[in-house]
Design a binder for this molecule. Structure first.
Ligand SMILES: Cc1cc2nc3c(=O)[nH]c(=O)nc-3n(C[C@H](O)[C@H](O)[C@H](O)COP(=O)(O)OP(=O)(O)OC[C@H]3O[C@@H](n4cnc5c(N)ncnc54)[C@H](O)[C@@H]3O)c2cc1C
Length: 385
């Protein structure tokens, strides 16, 4: 896909910020475990949060392709900050489209300015893949709804300023049709949360949210009763592509780091990148990423043109799995190129943690930077003597 000069210009601003400002502090921030609000406001002031939102809602009306370019560029330097972009575009659009004007305009403008964070509370305890089977209840009481129940695995749960919550207003037998979306500011009484001790993405902070008879006015409903599930699922078609581009960015960062290392590391009088056994797989990974990236942008250009793009979105989701899986052979091959799995060498491969079990046997927990929240997958590798 050939970018327009405007798209390139916005992408370059995001990439410069990502490389010069975000990347150097990526690992230090991860240890701090919270989103740096100053950086958030800087991103907002550059127009890099929700760039696809309409001007009235705080965006720069730059379109879906630009939303992808920004997500990818930011995730290259800090995958976790990429979540801010992805959530900004997904949830900003949901609120802009479905909230009443007094709520939607004020809140999305603050979102795009980097003053507030939104999160989405959809997943229920014990099984999120069955997404329509939402159990949390929203009971109507006059001009208010009363929310009670629990949501789990919620990104930004203890840092967000407002949540988009999916709750059941209808009967369980109605399935997806009995689900309604609400816009819930987090300063309401009755809300509490716990944070998981995740393996990575600590600055995003995933956890559970508890609603103990949280009361809010009917005006905080997003769209009509029973429409919430469809609204959110349409948004997920879009955010799935953004997420896949974030994973492509993280994979690209790993490949770039590997190229740099293999050009630096000398063996038998030459840089090891001169050996075909080293350079060929790297070129193959580059080719794969280039193809996956184009598919993502094709999907976003279809979205921008108002044409169907679900197939491209689902394929994009497969891309994500391919790029971010810690057990994927490509990832593992990249680790190997960093020096036969010695802990010090593997530490160069960003996001990979190594635990030494014995001298002869290294247990390597590959917590990739893209999906640090997964349980680690352990490889047993015999180091060179
Ligand atoms: C990093 C991260 C961030 C997240 N952030 C959010 C968030 O901000 N908001 C939010 O609402 N949720 C969030 N989630 C939750 C996410 O949406 C769920 O993890 C997802 O829906 C899967 O649900 P589950 O983890 O409960 O797995 P389960 O549904 O319990 O699935 C477990 C296993 O069973 C398999 N399985 C389930 N159903 C089927 C089936 N029908 N056929 C075949 N296999 C099946 C799954 O593939 C999986 O392997 C987040 C999750 C992660 C990992």
């Amino acid at each position: 896909m050939i970018l327009t000069p405007k798209q390139e210009a916005i992408r370059d601003v995001a990439l410069r910020f990502s490389r010069e400002v975000l990347r150097p502090g990526y690992q230090a921030r991860e240890r701090e475990g919270v989103i740096d609000r100053k950086l958030l406001r800087q991103l907002g002031s550059l127009g890099l949060i929700g760039p696809d939102l309409p001007d009235r809602f705080g965006g720069i009306e730059a379109g879906s392709v630009v939303a992808g370019l920004v997500c990818e560029a930011i995730a290259y330097g800090d995958f976790n900050f990429g979540c801010v972009q992805m959530m900004g575009s997904l949830l900003g659009a949901l609120v802009a489209r479905h909230a009443i004007a007094e709520v939607g305009v004020a809140w999305t403008r603050r979102l795009a300015a980097g003053e507030v964070i939104f999160c989405i509370a959809m997943t229920k305890p014990k099984g999120g893949a069955d997404a329509a089977n939402i159990q949390m209840k929203a009971r109507r009481a006059g001009d208010a709804y009363i929310l009670s129940g629990e949501k789990t695995s919620i990104s930004f749960c203890d840092q967000c300023d407002a949540m988009i919550v999916l709750a059941r207003t209808g009967m369980p037998a109605e399935g997806a049709h009995g689900v309604t979306a609400f816009f819930v500011p987090t300063d309401l009484p009755g809300l509490s949360w716990t944070r998981y001790d995740d393996l990575g993405s600590k600055i995003v902070g995933r956890g559970s949210v508890f609603f103990d008879n949280v009361s809010m006015p009917v005006t905080r409903r997003l769209g009509g009763e029973g429409k919430g599930f469809t609204q959110v699922m349409q948004g997920f078609d879009y955010s799935r592509i953004l997420l896949s581009l974030m994973c492509i960015a993280a994979a690209q960062a790993s490949i770039d780091e590997t190229w740099a290392y293999t050009r630096d590391r000398q063996s038998m009088g030459v840089a090891i990148s001169q050996h075909q056994g080293v350079s060929f797989p790297l070129v193959e990974f580059e080719t794969m990423l280039a193809g996956l990236r184009q598919l993502g942008y094709y999907g976003l250009s279809l979205a921008e043109a108002g044409r169907p793009y679900r197939v491209e979105s689902v394929d994009g989701s497969e891309n994500r799995v391919r790029c971010d899986s810690p057990v994927h052979p490509d990832r593992w091959a990249l680790c190997r190129l960093h020096g036969s799995a010695t802990p010090a060498a593997l530490a160069r491969c960003d996001g990979i943690r190594v635990r030494r079990r014995s001298r002869a046997d290294h247990e390597i927990a590959c917590c990739t930077r893209t999906r640090g929240t997964r349980q680690p997958h352990f490889f047993t590798h015999q180091p060179r003597s």
